[in-house]
Design a protein. Structure first.
Length: 624
């Protein structure tokens, strides 16, 4: 059954969202470092950390942190000239940033949330290397909110203000390379209640929250600045947290495919129960493959490795069972093996293959006492990795007999998911003693105009058509548009440049990300003062994108569009008319269209179309 054919109500689908959005503040949450993202090549030095789990105040160890600690890894961090001692965890944090707190309260208000009387900063244990301190600082700001969807209200349980993690740059054999430019950027985490009952409602709820966030004009835009986690379960399944969904348009697909995965795992568990399935002991089966022609296994053995195996009694045919597109139960086993450094697994549902022969498969089955109703999974790697990886496979096979495991999973670009770690528990949270409590003042919060309201106003006030109005309101340069219009720039012209022209330049390979607000405002001013024709805007912006240190005036000169007055324009037009005098004498004003194109070509960007049109008609008229 395809995911779109499921009856979500009968399956008991329950879903909720966790949306993480970076705030566009001047400085970071607990220090004065800027929030600008740097290029790795700009790094001046690196620092190294080894992180280990610590017990909570109750003496408990978090399961997710404990599993992470079993993988011994070194974490290296790129540091910049803007990096401070707080980010390197060599100095206590400063107090909570006022701007970040104000924006977060504004978001809480838009979500109809109650703002807490006092904020207490907590430490959330994180030892995957994404924070130099080994924990993330977070604080509860709002509770008990609600948004509306076409399928009914969705509660918003909490809003947290916290620091963003470090950016992962490179995965290495012995650890991870991170960048400290992103660490500490203010971030809001918004969690909905488990009120979502369909993939479509999940997508609609995420879009609604995204619209409210962008309405503040104070959130960062672009890839990686907003991430959605989706909690999904069905009645016979388990709660699964899918991390890192970056595209809003993918949320419904993520939910659909997770429902499919859980449904298939429920069916597999039922079939395993019928067959009385069990998982045998892991063992070394290296002797079976001493003379193998398999490149993978032979390569591992040639490097002093072992082949380990686990018999899966009653699993025959089910390890290769597809649970999501291009993912099988065996893929789930492989994900767990990879967490311990193995390249993956082989299993008898797919063998003989990959150089493994029928004779080797038969010998493997005999070595572990597996019959025709059973499956066998193997790992070939260095002795320690092979042992840890096959134990992880055995553990995952045990949970397959029970049904759907609770866990955290990572979203893929295809909309499927892969195992990441166990679900975190309360044991990873404890108070931050270096930052004093904060008492927010909700009376100072001013709710912004919603983007939906802006669209309506842009149409009514500026005469923009609905499509352009929506593009501008939802676009990342909306604040710039409003500033330009406030300075007297024609709204339609400003909107067209900021949306249509910029898109065209990007398609042509122009580095439009180099264009700052000051560049656009400078160009708009030159057009308003009749010092630059509208037709020359594209050329000037191209120059500014290539040489962003220039002013708009300098870019006009660089583009060769300066110093052309009406007499110069008329001179060009007269020469065009004279050159085409026979056509003009024969056709009169009918020759206008062809000559207009020639004039525009010669005067590209040096004069606006209206001026050229008027002067050309005048010169043609003189010959009539």
């Amino acid at each position: 059954m395809s995911s779109s054919e499921y009856d979500y109500e009968s399956l008991g689908l329950v879903a909720g969202l966790e949306i993480h959005q970076q705030l566009n503040t001047e400085t970071k949450l607990f220090c004065a470092s800027p929030t600008a993202i740097r290029e790795p090549e700009e790094s001046e030095r690196t620092i190294t950390r080894f992180l280990h789990p610590t017990k909570s105040e109750l003496g408990e160890l978090d399961d997710a942190a404990l599993e992470e600690s079993r993988v011994d890894r070194e974490f290296e961090y790129l540091s910049y000239d803007t990096t401070c001692l707080v980010e390197e965890d060599d100095e206590p944090p400063s107090e909570v940033d006022d701007e970040a707190l104000a924006v977060a309260m504004q978001i809480a208000s838009l979500l109809d949330m109650s703002i807490v009387d006092q904020l207490h900063v907590m430490r959330k244990l994180v030892i995957d290397g994404s924070n130099t301190s080994g924990f993330q600082r977070t604080m509860l700001l709002g509770q008990e909110g609600e948004i509306q969807t076409s399928d009914g209200p969705v509660s918003v349980v909490d809003l947290l203000l916290e620091e963003e993690s470090a950016q992962r740059i490179e995965e290495r054999d012995d650890g991870v390379l991170y960048s400290l430019d992103r660490l500490g950027i203010p971030l809001v985490e918004i969690g909905t209640g488990p009120d979502i009952r369909s993939p479509q409602q999940a997508k609609e709820a995420a879009k609604r929250i995204g619209m409210l966030l962008r309405s503040t004009g104070k959130v960062k835009r672009g890839l990686g600045t907003i991430r959605q986690d989706v909690n999904v379960s069905i009645a016979e399944g388990a709660r699964v947290e899918v991390k890192g969904v970056q595209a809003l348009d993918q949320i419904d697909e993520i939910v659909e495919l997770e429902v499919q995965r859980q449904s298939e795992l429920v069916d597999i568990a039922a079939e395993l129960a019928e067959q009385g399935a069990s998982v045998g002991d892991t063992q070394d089966v290296t002797a079976v493959f001493e003379d193998t022609d398999s490149g993978v296994i032979g390569g591992a053995l040639g490097s002093g490795g072992n082949v380990t195996a686990v018999p899966l009694f009653g699993f025959d045919g089910l390890v290769g069972h597809e649970i999501q597109p291009d993912r099988r139960l065996g893929t789930e086993f492989s994900d767990h093996a990879k967490r311990h450094g193995a390249g993956g697994i082989f299993h008898t549902d797919e063998l003989p293959a990959y150089g493994v022969t029928d004779e080797e498969v038969a010998a493997l089955r005999e070595a572990v006492d597996a019959g025709p109703e059973d499956a066998v999974a193997i790992v070939a790697d260095d002795p320690e990795t092979a042992e840890l990886a096959i134990e992880a496979v055995a553990e995952r096979a045990e949970t397959a007999i029970e049904g759907v495991p609770e866990e955290t999973r990572d979203a893929t670009q295809e909309g499927t998911t892969r195992y990441l770690r166990p679900l975190p528990g309360a044991a990873r949270m404890y108070p931050e003693t270096d930052v004093p409590p904060v008492e927010p003042d909700p009376s100072e919060v001013e709710e912004p105009e919603l983007l939906t309201e802006k669209v309506e106003r842009y149409q009514a006030e500026f005469g923009l058509d609905s499509g352009l109005a929506e593009q501008v309101a939802y676009g990342r340069r909306m604040p710039l548009f409003e500033e330009a219009v406030a300075q007297g720039v024609d709204a339609t012209f400003a909107a067209s440049v900021l949306e249509s022209t910029v898109v065209e330049l990007r398609r042509d390979g122009v580095l439009v990300e180099n264009l700052a607000d000051a560049h656009f405002l400078g160009v708009f001013e030159l057009v308003s003062d009749d010092e630059l024709a509208k037709e020359g805007v594209e050329d000037v912006l191209t120059v500014l994108a290539e040489q962003p240190e220039m002013t708009a005036e300098e870019a006009v000169e660089e583009a060769g569009l300066g110093g052309v007055d009406e007499d110069d324009v008329r001179e060009v037009i007269v020469s065009v008319v004279e050159r085409n005098s026979e056509q003009v004498d024969e056709e009169g004003m009918a020759a206008f269209s062809g000559l207009m194109g020639e004039c525009m070509g010669q005067l590209r960007g040096k004069a606006d179309g209206e001026t050229i049109s008027s002067l050309l008609r005048e010169e043609i008229g003189k010959r009539s």
